[in-house]
Design a protein around this ligand. Structure first.
Ligand code: BEZ
Ligand code: FE
Length: 311
């Protein structure tokens, strides 16, 4: 016998963690140690039965089988467990000084087509017309000329173009814009709608078994970047959308909610190239500089509800 301790119910975590003690990579050692401690504490807490263990193995196997190049069921599982949002939030702390981030989601699978400022991204002409605009600035309010603004959203039926090939034109409701000299961007689109995350697989079964709905509130995705600044992956959420308080993937942050306003002004409508009346959605974004270290834990956002946000 070696001098290693033998497995027992009481000492299980310590014994298994010790087996990883020689891991050369210190980060891997730390992660494996913590994983073992938490996993064993969980199994003991619920006194997992053999049937439940078998069900979990089968669930994870089905989750793997459901995944392919266009469908990642494990990420969806991470999303509905709030893990994606937690990882995102830990790794993109803003200290309340810049636009908060949220999940990327699975529908940025194609490169957005480059578009001119003012372009209409609703290629099929369906939906409630909406002028989306904003300004990209740095931490001192400096405008970020030429900032890249990549956007994608659902149509009024709650589907992305990649979910409806042959129904929506490719590139519908997507675009990548280059902000003007004042960091401003604007484009024509339609008001997005809430939609269900893909729920025809094991993750959908988990939601159904636990009485949870699969819906996400209406939102417009953004990836905004500028040289020398930290890019932000985020959404703007529509203030009166259903499910704002129960997003299936926990992506809503108060600071990201904006009203969609109705504008009845024929001159402005003509100027924007939209029928009157039309809707407007304004979303200003602020990026942190790339060089300083990110804010530490505990300095997490006190997201002031900024102008235009939900009050
Ligand atoms: C999305 O917003 O596109 C999304 C995010 C997480 C899971 C499914 C969809
Ligand atoms: Fe989305």
């Amino acid at each position: 016998m070696s001098d290693g301790e033998l497995f027992s119910e009481e000492r299980s975590a310590a014994v298994v963690a010790a087996s990883f003690a020689g891991t050369p990579d210190p980060r891997l050692r730390q992660v494996m140690n913590s994983l073992v401690q938490h996993l064993h504490a969980f199994v003991k807490d619920v006194e997992l039965t053999e049937e439940e263990w078998g069900f979990a193995i089968d669930f994870l196997t089905r989750t793997g089988h459901m995944s392919n190049e266009v469908r990642q069921e494990f990420i969806l599982l991470s999303d509905v467990l709030g893990v994606s949002m937690l990882v995102e939030t830990i790794n993109h702390r803003t200290g309340g000084t810049s636009t908060e981030s949220t999940v990327l989601g699975p529908f940025h699978t194609v490169a957005s087509p480059p578009r001119e400022l003012g372009a209409d991204i609703a290629l099929d002409g369906k939906g409630t017309p909406c002028l989306v605009s904003g300004q990209v600035t740095g931490p001192d309010g400096e405008p970020l000329a030429g900032a890249s603004v990549d956007v994608w959203q659902t149509n009024e039926d709650g589907f992305y173009d990649v979910q409806q090939p042959g129904i929506q034109p490719a590139g519908n409701l997507r675009g990548i814009f280059s902000a003007d000299a004042e960091g401003r961007f604007w484009f024509r689109s339609v008001v997005p709608r809430y939609y269900p995350i893909p729920d025809d697989g094991p993750v959908g079964q988990l939601l159904a078994a636990t009485g949870r709905h699969p819906n996400r509130p209406a939102h417009l995705h953004f990836i905004v970047s500028a040289p020398g600044y930290r890019p932000v992956t985020t959404h703007v959420f529509v203030a009166d959308s259903p499910y704002l308080d129960s997003d299936a993937v926990f992506g809503v942050k108060e600071s990201l909610v904006r009203d969609v306003q109705e504008v009845d002004d024929p001159a402005r409508a003509a100027d924007a190239g939209l029928p009157n009346p039309f809707r407007t959605l304004t979303f200003d974004l602020s990026l942190l500089r790339a060089d300083p270290a990110p804010p530490a834990a505990g300095s997490a956002a006190q997201p002031a509800v900024v102008e235009g946000g939900r009050s």
